[in-house]
Design a binder for this molecule. Structure first.
Ligand code: AHR
Length: 327
C-alpha cells in the first residue's frame, strides 16, 4: 500500500522492521493512513515567508507533496512560535498521519511535541532543529549543518580578510532561531585567534531584506570603521547593500560581504561583485521530506539526522552557476 522508499539520496538508511511510529508509546495511536484509502496526510507548519530561501523551501515542499501523492495541510506561522504551536495542535486534532515543521526558534517545543507523541503522531523536524533534552519527541531532523555553514564563512574571512584590519558587522538572523545561533557560533570559532578580524557590531535583521537594510544603516552611523559584513542570509546582505550604497560606499569593495543561502538574487549580487562570498544553504528539502514521511508512517526506522549537502560560491563560480540556478 505504501511506497516503502529506501531513502538513500543523502545518507538515509531505512531499515524495514516492526518499529512503531514515533511516540506510539502514548495513548492515542495515530491512524496508519488518515484517508482510509492509503493516502498520507501531512500537517506542515512553515516559519513564514521572510526570505527568498523560505519561498523556495515552501514551493519545494508543496510540489514534492503533490508529486508523492501526499495530502498537505500547509500552515504559515508568519514568524510566530505561538502560531506554530496552534497549527501543530490543530494537526493533532485532525489526526494527520505525520507532522513536519521548521521551528521559528529552538526552544519551547516540549509540551506540544509531547501532545503529538501521546496522540501517536510522528513528527519530523525540517530545516531547523529544536533544543530539547528528549530526542524521542521527534523521529528525525532533515536539514543543513548551520554551524558548518558559519565555519565556512569564517574560514573564507580568515583567508581573505586576515591580513588587514577588518571590522565586521554581523547581521544575525531571527533571535533564538537555530541558523542564527549556529551560524554565529561557527563563524566565531573559525575567526578565533585571528588578530586582524574583529566583529565590532552584531544585531538581528530577522532574516529579512528590510531588516538587513535597517540594521546596516544604523551600524554604518554608529560604527563608521566597518569595512566588512557577515550576513546570516542573502536577503539581509541585499538589504545591507542598499544601505551601503545609500551611504555613498561601494559594496563588495569598500565594504566586503559574506552571506549564506545562495538564492538567485544573492548569486546575482555575487556575480555583480557586490557580495564577495556565499555559503550555500539548500532549501530544496521537499523530496527527501516526503520520502522520510512515507517511511515513518509505514513504521520504518529512519536516520535520526539527515544532513543536506551544500557548497560555497566565489564570484566566478556564481557566474557559472547562475544560468541553471533553480532558486
Ligand atoms: O532556516 C534557514 C534560514 O531561514 C535561511 O538561511 C534563511 O534565509 C531563512 O529565512
Amino acid at each position: 500500500m505504501f511506497k516503502k522508499t529506501v531513502v538513500t539520496a543523502i545518507a538515509v538508511a531505512v531499515a524495514f522492521g516492526a518499529t512503531a511510529c514515533g511516540g506510539s508509546d502514548g495513548d492515542g495511536g495515530g491512524s496508519a493512513s488518515g484517508g482510509g484509502d492509503g493516502t498520507i496526510t501531512m500537517g506542515f507548519s512553515q516559519v513564514g515567508a521572510e526570505s527568498g530561501w523560505r519561498t523556495a523551501n515552501t514551493a519545494s515542499i508543496q510540489e514534492s507533496a503533490e508529486a508523492a501523492g501526499i495530502e498537505l495541510q500547509f500552515s504559515d506561522a508568519q514568524g510566530e512560535q505561538e502560531n506554530q504551536i496552534s497549527a501543530i495542535r490543530s494537526f493533532i486534532q485532525q489526526r494527520v498521519d505525520v507532522i513536519a515543521f521548521s521551528p521559528v526558534v529552538e526552544t519551547g517545543w516540549d509540551s506540544v511535541l509531547l501532545e503529538a507523541q501521546r496522540a501517536g503522531i510522528p513528527v519530523i523536524l525540517t530545516d531547523r532543529a529544536v533544543d530539547s533534552e528528549d530526542e524521542s519527541l521527534y523521529e528525525t531532523f532533515l536539514g543543513s549543518d548551520f554551524v558548518e555553514e558559519g565555519k565556512k564563512a569564517g574560514e573564507w574571512a580568515v583567508e581573505n580578510w586576515g591580513s588587514q584590519p577588518t571590522f565586521v558587522a554581523e547581521l544575525e538572523g531571527t533571535t533564538g532561531a537555530a541558523p542564527a545561533i549556529d551560524r554565529q557560533e561557527g563563524f566565531a570559532e573559525a575567526i578565533e585567534g585571528t588578530d586582524n578580524i574583529e566583529v565590532v557590531a552584531s544585531q538581528s535583521g530577522d532574516f529579512t531584506r528590510a531588516g538587513g537594510r535597517e540594521v546596516m544603516e544604523a551600524l554604518l552611523n554608529s560604527n563608521p570603521e566597518i569595512n566588512a559584513v557577515y550576513a546570516h542570509n542573502d536577503d539581509m546582505a541585499l538589504g545591507a547593500i542598499e544601505a551601503i550604497e545609500a551611504a555613498g560606499k561601494t559594496p563588495g569593495t569598500d565594504i566586503q560581504i559574506i552571506s549564506v543561502d545562495a538564492v538567485r538574487d544573492g548569486m546575482q549580487a555575487l556575480a555583480d561583485g557586490k557580495i564577495n562570498f556565499i555559503v550555500e544553504c539548500n532549501p530544496l528539502l521537499g523530496e527527501q521530506l516526503m520520502e522520510l514521511a512515507e517511511a515513518v508512517v509505514a513504521g520504518d526506522e529512519v536516520e535520526r539526522r539527515v544532513v543536506t549537502e551544500e557548497t560555497t560560491f566565489t564570484q566566478e563560480q556564481a557566474i557559472e552557476a547562475l544560468p541553471s540556478r533553480e532558486y
